[in-house]
Design a protein around this ligand. Structure first.
Ligand code: SF4
Ligand code: SF4
Length: 450
């Protein structure tokens, strides 16, 4: 089990057990904080399964040149013609984030240092004073860089090296090599990651370009964080702080995965019609498909208990399970009775002999879950009897036979492990339900298999 999987770029985190994968390598994803399961394709196209406690999405944004035929900020200064002036244009069409503002100021200073005889014009619509941008701005002015504020509409490109600038009735033509600051755009691979992880994005294809949480870098899904270009252009300005915050939070919570709500939200797999409404409405990506049971399931550790899923479910299949219901019984003799058959019969028989049994009513004998049964069988000397309807009368979504099949699979596993497979038994009642029920319970209580 890894501590963190980075999707995109690795971050140095020597005290943690980490791995970095390319965004395109992720094939499947499920699970919850502390137990995320990923299927990834390695460079040799082989599939492998990975498990991690946390995920950090750290995918850089894509930089696009704002205007054709202009130079961009990444250029090498040797590419510049030393005989021409320089015009740096920031915020063309879109106001640049502070991080680009900073890059542009640094580049202007570098250029002025190299071409001190030439004029360097810096055209901007908004100066973003965070970090040390104000001291850079001051330094640039002292070096003689000429700052000109413009509005969209009062800048006209006459030629690839000529700009007409107009302000307060004054017009001037600037000539020189034009550099434009880049537009930051979300990496297209991010869209797929957002979909696979079922996390919310904010409409412009970033995970969240403004920080809606008090803690930066949190996504709506517990245990998943996003940084820099995955989070949005504004996140670059706080990158170092957010990175440190994220790693510190992960380190301090590494094995501390407590549910956020007292009571579990549970899906009744017999009622669920797999419409995926809950999957779509859950703001925290806490719902996933339970392939084993042809229904949805709610990851307890990811659920914030907002109850959005409950109010939207058209089949009323989701409910709140009170904590008291969750208390495990210490009784080692358990009976699961289908409420359509065995439980109906149970109401009519003399219960005197069966007081020492832990009897639980279930919506359907085909709704049993392997993991729950194995969990119960882990208790030493425990035994479980499952009682279902007579053949062809099962009302489960997958039809008759599922309960029996699952029980047989569990019995096979027990056999393979050299354990007593008769610790779990599936029985069907015939139309003589009460008689059958009495017989099954007595026989099973004495430890006899059928
Ligand atoms: S209660 Fe809220 S957080 Fe929990 S699964 Fe339902 S919609 Fe998601
Ligand atoms: S909304 Fe209800 S019926 Fe639809 S998938 Fe979710 S639990 Fe099932």
């Amino acid at each position: 089990m890894l501590d963190i999987i980075y999707i995109g770029d690795q971050i140095k985190s020597p005290k943690l057990n980490t791995l970095c994968i390319k965004p395109e390598a992720l094939i499947e994803f499920e699970g919850e904080i502390g137990n995320f399961k990923l299927q990834v394709k390695d460079d040799d196209k082989k599939l492998k399964d990975l498990k991690t406690k946390y995920i950090v999405i750290n995918i850089d944004a894509v930089r696009e040149n704002n205007l054709e035929d202009t130079l961009n900020l990444d250029l090498d200064l040797d590419q510049l013609d030393p005989n021409q002036d320089i015009i740096i244009i920031q915020d063309y069409e879109q106001i640049s984030p502070a991080v680009i503002n900073k890059e542009a100021l640094n580049k202007a200073i570098e250029i002025k240092n190299k071409l001190s005889e030439k004029e360097v014009y810096f055209l901007y619509r908004s100066m973003r004073f965070i970090d040390d941008n104000d001291s850079l701005f001051e330094e640039a002015r002292q070096k003689g860089i000429i700052f000109l504020q413009y509005e969209m509409g009062n800048l006209e490109f006459i030629d690839k090296d000529k700009v007409k600038y107009e302000r307060d009735g004054l017009t001037s033509e600037l000539q020189g090599q034009i550099l434009t600051t880049p537009l930051l755009k979300p990496d297209q691979r991010l869209k797929r990651i957002i979909r696979l992880l079922n996390i919310e994005s904010n409409g412009n294809e970033y995970i969240q370009s403004t920080n809606i949480y008090l803690q930066p870098s949190l996504t709506g899904k517990r245990g998943v964080y996003s940084l820099a270009g995955a989070r949005g252009p504004n996140a670059y300005s706080e990158y170092e702080f957010e990175k440190e915050f994220t790693l510190n939070e992960i380190k301090s919570n590494l094995d501390n995965f407590e549910p956020l709500t007292e009571n579990k939200r549970v899906v009744d797999d017999k009622k669920c019609i797999l419409c995926y409404t809950c999957y779509r409405v859950c703001p925290h990506g806490a719902v996933q498909e339970d392939k084993e049971n042809d229904a949805m399931k709610i990851n307890e550790l990811a659920c914030y208990g907002c109850d959005g899923c409950i109010s939207h479910c058209p089949a009323s299949a989701i409910s709140i399970q009170e904590k008291t219901e969750q208390k495990a019984s210490n009784n080692l003799l358990k009976v699961l009775m289908c409420e359509n058959s065995a439980d109906t019969a149970y109401k009519k028989i003399d219960k005197g002999s069966f007081k020492d049994l832990d009897i639980e009513k279930i919506p359907c004998a085909s709704s049993i879950k392997k993991e729950d049964i194995f969990k119960f069988l882990r208790k030493k000397d425990s035994r479980l009897l499952i009682l279902g309807c007579f053949e062809d009368s099962c009302k489960h979504i997958t039809g008759d036979g599922r309960g029996n099949r699952i029980t047989n699979e569990i019995r096979d596993t027990l056999k393979k492990l050299d354990l007593n497979h008769n610790r779990v038994i599936f029985e069907r009642l015939s139309p003589r339900m009460e008689e059958d029920l009495n017989g099954f319970l007595l026989k099973w209580k004495e430890g006899e298999s059928s």
